[in-house]
Design a protein. Structure first.
Lengths: 694, 301, 188
């Protein structure tokens, strides 16, 4: 029996450190790393299913070509055939259009390991290409926190155990960050009170002392209502003027623009509750707010986060141990980026004299055509000079997660070649021409950081690749090698390499400093916690232009946003689509990533208030349809207390249905995200549907 | 809700017919010379054949029939172990009967000339007949104990529909009913009319008892939630009504009319009646397994 | 029997993540079915308010195990520490135990044609380790305990929950810390 260090690469708060066990080269078991203080020896059910996932008969083991998109008629081809097909297509397009812009990469968080950025490196190596910018996940919140704090940064999650009051706002850690639950329970055992704000009564809400149901998209107003009570009751931090900017203007806004009557009516929370909760929040120290990602997936999502940040600042909870407003962080991701920005080898440079690496990448960044990941199909279709002809989908399943599927269909028709690299077939691979089988994190080297806790670690291969699968970086090297074989100098991305050496190069001086390491090799021993203090902003010195917490942000103002956090109403339902559809994560999935041996559901389950079900004469198990102008979906009814009658919920479970859940989704965008991430985020929660019984 | 347990249905019903035949032969043999030797032989052969079939069928219930012998290992508390032991002992007793039947050479047709029989022969025959009766008795007792053990297997606290005297009662009534009818079929040419009448009366008694006890049993079922589920399943199942028609109402009509009109000798009627009752009992046994609802976790999955 | 080991399940802490189910499968690499351990959600109707409460159940290593009583091949034995161990080598697949257990925890493996169930990871316990499910429970809702009067006299320790068969049937070695309900301010 041998033990290996692995890291779960899923896009999840927890980014667990795993000890995997092999016997005679076969992976037999995975367990949480007991020496990792956040994983603390325990794994969630998704990771515990990994052995079955690695050896699943459904896993694709060989490169495959589909004869006719959506035909399902896949045939096995050799790697050489696959690589030749791709390389020849790239070269012929370059020749036709005199540019590599027809080549598009759509990649996101299917595997958050750093070596997966090789795909970006490959594309950079080919030349100026079409890329995605932005994030379907957290853009508005990231930008909001950047306006307020200067960057988004959260306390060490273990800090929450020290809180005397925890507000879980629009977050359901029981299902999406389960390792935080024991920390919250520790706080409860230590006497802390927990309040959960959410649109629906979740498994987390059930374990809170108090659950407050907020009308979707109005959380920002509720935060401003709380802030107004703090102001009225004089529960404002008396030192505000020493570390914040613009509090007077904010007070003025609260006094003149926010009325509790209005706040109560819009949010659905009674004035007495608002007062009671605000007083408790103002008087209890330390008090922590955890703002979830769902909160900011509205057209006003950024303002919501800014309002919540402002509430925390007003009450003086910023920088206090066990306090703060926690969202996420990206400070432990300061990798060197060498992989994305391949060095230009001197011997193949033709018309420039030894360009410096920096100027070259700078140059290429400017010429890449950047499309908002959340409106990829629409924006790609509008590209005409030159059009997008090759799409490479990596670490994503856009046909199951993106909005506006009609535009996607059009785009697919226009494309000459669609390449997907993945572990399993997906909604997206149904449309692909080529499927390249990739390795799991048990079969390749990688380097992973969390966006919630402070840990960074190395993932070492535990077993040999299954079938002919290859790691993303190996595929990138191979494509580059084939391109250079067919046309020397056509790609500056390395044509071969060593995964371990490559990942060690990602630990540049800045990262080594953050991790407190002298040499990159030291990280091979065990995961390392970044040496940040446990409490974010503990000195109340912020990264904003003013160095203060900015109630009033000129950066926001420059981005044509209100300089102050304000309430902007979310989208309203219409007569045609009167019900808001929420599609939160299910405990068994992360978006379309599911258990290998998950239950085979053939129906989406629509959770709704018993009252709403009654109004439509629907009982449990009845079949119904929900629809809007984007699409139509057949569902099975499940009435559930704890959902309001203006909202319906479908959890993102694994469902084998013809029509995917995202057929109902358009591409509404969030108010923020452009400045920091290059594109506004996905206002997924602004989806409305109609309901009828079948 | 249970499953279609074909191996168990065949094992229990065939086994009960087999033992029922022996019991009937024993009953008919209670006074010397009342049991025709030919019928004895036939009865023993048919009973043995059915018993072997039943035991074979039971093997199909097992995931690993090749190690079925292990089932004898837990006599201390497992009624299944006890059942297997008793059935094997019954089979041994049957081998003794088989051996006896092979040795019974002479047969005395009814009304044979008594003068030709010597005292020695009478004595030998008396001895034979005594052995035969003892053999039948032992086989019957072992067999009935086996059937009771079979029934006790299902007396599970977890299954309210079974956790009562019902299984034992119904299994024994099946034994009596089908044992009598099959014996009647076998002896349709060899039995005295009075014997036939006796067997028909026995069948009638068993059928009436079965129906009556079933009504009482059904009313008991509704006392528990799981029992009520079983009852609802039964009453809404077409199989149950087929069972009632074939196993209770049709046989009752036939039996009453046969006994009333002294049509005891009509072969066709006997065959029809037996067919109905066998089908009724097979369906009844299938429903016994199908309708079993155990106490279980009722929280949502 | 010198003691009775069993489980203490805290429904307040169990968030229904199914980590225990999957830890069991990870430890023994058993197929999707049978499920040695299973997480159940309590019926919402059994409480005055919405609850979203769960309990996790494997073999309860009953004080009066029906499986052991009815098994004809003595595949079940009860150890000195109360663990009811099923020996698949003895099992002949008669399925009687699956009929007898009110918790449906012994289950037939249709490929092997034998019954399987939780043996409380006795090999881990003998090594001084926790059972796989207990070791893997992230919120710390599942504990290995000794079932005795001291435990039963503690306040808040329950012998059963709504939706469970009466413990009188088999005297299961599981105890519960029942759900508490917080204050709910709802719009529905």
């Amino acid at each position: 029996m041998k033990f290996h260090q692995s890291i779960c690469p899923r896009n999840c708060y927890d980014t667990c450190s795993i000890i995997s066990t092999t016997h005679k080269g076969v992976l037999i078991s995975v367990e949480g790393n007991p020496h990792h203080e956040y994983t603390s020896g325990k794994l969630c059910p998704k990771a515990l299913d990994d052995v079955k996932k690695v050896y699943s008969p459904q896993r694709i083991r060989y490169p495959m070509r589909q004869r006719g998109r959506y035909s399902g008629f896949w045939e096995r081809i050799s790697w050489d055939e696959a690589l030749t097909l791709i390389a020849e297509k790239i070269l012929s397009l370059k020749e036709t259009y005199g540019s590599s812009l027809p080549l598009a990469l759509n990649k996101y968080s299917g595997n958050f390991g750093v070596l997966h950025n090789a795909m970006e490196g490959l594309f950079t190596g080919i030349g100026a290409t079409t890329r995605t910018v932005g994030s379907p996940c957290w853009s508005a919140g990231v930008e909001a926190q950047t306006y307020d704090f200067g960057t988004f940064f959260c306390s060490d999650p273990l800090d929450m155990a020290k809180a005397n009051l925890i507000w879980l706002w629009g977050v359901n850690p029981a299902w999406t960050a389960v390792h935080q639950m024991p920390i919250i329970f520790d706080a409860i055992d230590g006497g802390a009170k927990v309040v959960c704000f959410d649109t629906h009564f979740s498994a987390t809400a059930a374990r809170a002392h108090r659950y407050v149901q907020v009308r979707p998209g109005t959380d920002g107003l509720l935060a401003l209502g709380f802030a107004k009570v703090l102001l009225e009751e004089n529960l404002i931090d008396s030192n505000l003027s020493s570390y914040t900017l613009g509090h007077e203007e904010f007070f003025h806004y609260l006094e003149n623009e926010i009325s509790l009557d209005n706040c109560s009516e819009i949010t659905g929370v009674s004035i007495s509750t608002i007062r009671e909760l605000a007083l408790e929040y103002g008087k209890t120290h330390p008090a922590c707010i955890w703002a979830g990602f769902g909160l900011q997936r509205y057209t006003n999502g950024g303002q919501t986060l800014r309002a919540i940040d402002a509430l925390g600042a007003l009450a003086g909870h910023l920088g206090e141990q066990g306090g703060g407003v926690q969202y996420a962080q990206f400070q432990t991701w300061r990798f060197s980026g060498a992989i994305q920005n391949p060095a230009h080898p001197f011997n193949i440079s033709s018309n420039t004299d030894h360009p410096s690496i920096d100027s070259l990448t700078q140059n290429q960044k400017q010429t890449d055509r950047l499309l908002n990941i959340n409106r990829f199909s629409e924006e790609a279709l509008s590209c005409t000079d030159p059009p997008v002809k090759i799409l490479w989908i990596s670490g994503r399943n856009p046909l199951s997660q993106d909005g506006n599927l009609q535009q996607w269909k059009k785009l697919i028709n226009q494309l000459d070649l669609i390449v997907v690299n993945d572990l399993f077939h997906s909604k997206s691979s149904e449309a692909a021409d080529l499927f390249l089988p990739i390795t799991t994190h048990y079969e390749h080297w990688d380097l992973n950081a969390g966006y919630w806790h402070y840990w960074v670690g190395v993932n070492e291969p535990a077993i040999l690749p299954i079938g002919e699968s290859r790691s993303d970086i190996q595929i990138a090297w191979d494509v580059s090698s084939k391109l250079n074989e067919l046309e020397p100098g056509s790609c500056i991305f390395p044509t071969s390499g060593d995964e371990k050496e490559t990942l060690l190069r990602e630990l540049g001086p800045q990262m080594l400093d953050i991790l407190g390491l002298k040499k990159p090799e030291e990280i091979l021993k065990a995961p390392v916690r970044a040496n940040f203090p446990s409490t974010a902003w503990e000195n109340r010195i912020f990264a904003t232009p003013s160095g203060r917490y900015e109630f009033f942000s000129s950066q926001a103002s420059n981005a044509r946003l209100s300089p102050l956090p304000i309430f902007v109403p979310p989208l309203n339902p219409s007569i045609d689509a009167p019900l808001r559809l929420l599609t939160p994560h299910h405990y068994s999935t992360i978006n379309s990533q599911v258990y290998a041996s998950g239950a085979d559901n053939s129906d989406y389950v629509l959770h709704l208030a018993p009252e709403l079900a009654q109004r439509h004469n629907l009982a449990v198990g009845d079949r119904a349809q929900i629809w809007n102008k984007s699409g139509l979906l057949e569902v099975v009814i499940q009435p559930l207390l704890g959902i309001s009658a203006d909202t319906v919920i479908i959890f993102q479970e694994q469902v084998e249905a013809n029509s995917p859940l995202n057929c109902l989704i358009g591409t509404p965008l969030t108010d923020m995200g452009q400045l920091i991430l290059g594109a506004p985020g996905f206002a997924l929660n602004e989806t409305f549907v109609n309901l009828r019984k079948l | 809700m249970g499953d279609w347990e074909w191996p168990l249905i065949l094992f229990t019903v065939l086994g009960q017919i087999a033992i029922g035949i022996i019991v009937m032969l024993w009953w008919l043999d209670r006074d010397r010379d009342h049991l025709d030797t030919q019928l004895f032989k036939q009865g023993v052969y048919v009973s043995g054949g059915l018993l072997i079939l039943a035991l074979l069928a039971s093997l199909f219930h097992l995931g690993h029939p090749e190690v079925a012998y292990r089932a004898l290992a837990h006599l201390g508390s497992s009624w299944l172990s006890r059942e297997i032991l008793l059935f094997l002992l019954t089979f041994l007793a049957w081998i003794n009967l088989f051996w006896l039947s092979r040795r019974q050479t002479s047969s005395h047709p009814i009304g044979a000339d008594a003068a030709t029989i010597t005292t020695a022969e009478i004595a030998a025959e008396g001895q034979q007949s005594g052995n035969r009766s003892l053999g039948l008795g032992i086989t019957s007792v072992l067999g009935l104990l086996g059937i009771a053990s079979s029934a006790m297997i299902y007396v599970l606290p977890r299954v309210p529909a079974w956790n009562n005297v019902g299984p034992v009662l119904f299994f024994l009534l099946t034994t009596g009913l089908l044992g009598a009818l099959v014996t009647l079929v076998l002896g349709r040419k060899l039995l005295h009319p009075t014997q036939k009448k006796l067997l028909l009366q026995c069948s009638l008694g068993c059928t009436i008892a079965s129906l009556l006890f079933y009504v009482i049993y059904a009313s008991m079922l509704s006392a528990s939630m799981e029992g009520a589920t079983s009852l609802n399943f039964l009453l809404s199942s077409p199989l149950f009504w087929a069972r009632a028609l074939l196993g209770w109402f049709a046989p009752l009509l036939l039996l009453v009319s046969m006994l009333k009109n002294s049509q005891v000798a009509k072969t066709n009627l006997i065959l029809t009646l037996t067919l109905f009752s066998v089908l009724g009992e097979v369906l009844g046994r299938a429903l016994f397994y199908l309708s079993a609802t155990g106490i279980q976790i009722t929280a949502l999955f | 029997m010198s003691k009775q080991l069993g489980f203490l399940h805290n429904s307040e802490k169990c968030v229904g993540c199914r980590g225990c189910e999957m830890a069991c499968k990870n430890e023994y690499q058993i197929d999707a079915a049978p499920q040695w351990r299973k997480v159940f959600q309590l019926h919402e109707e059994d409480f005055s308010l919405p609850t979203r409460m769960f309990f996790s159940m494997a073999c309860n290593h009953c004080a009066h195990p029906e499986c052991l009583r009815v098994c004809p091949v003595e595949a079940y034995t009860k150890r000195d520490d109360g663990i009811v161990v099923h020996d698949p080598n003895r099992c002949i697949g008669c399925r009687l135990c699956t009929m007898a257990c009110p918790y449906d925890r012994p289950q037939i493996n249709s490929a092997k044609k034998k019954v399987e169930k939780c043996n409380l990871c006795y090999q881990r316990i003998d090594n001084g380790e926790q059972p796989a499910c207990v070791a893997a429970c992230i919120p710390g809702a599942l504990e290995l305990v000794e079932i005795n009067d001291i435990l039963d006299q503690k306040t808040g320790v329950l012998k059963t929950l709504p939706g469970l068969p009466s413990p009188k049937l088999t005297t299961p070695s599981i105890r519960f810390i029942g759900p508490k309900q917080g204050k709910q301010i709802r719009r529905d």
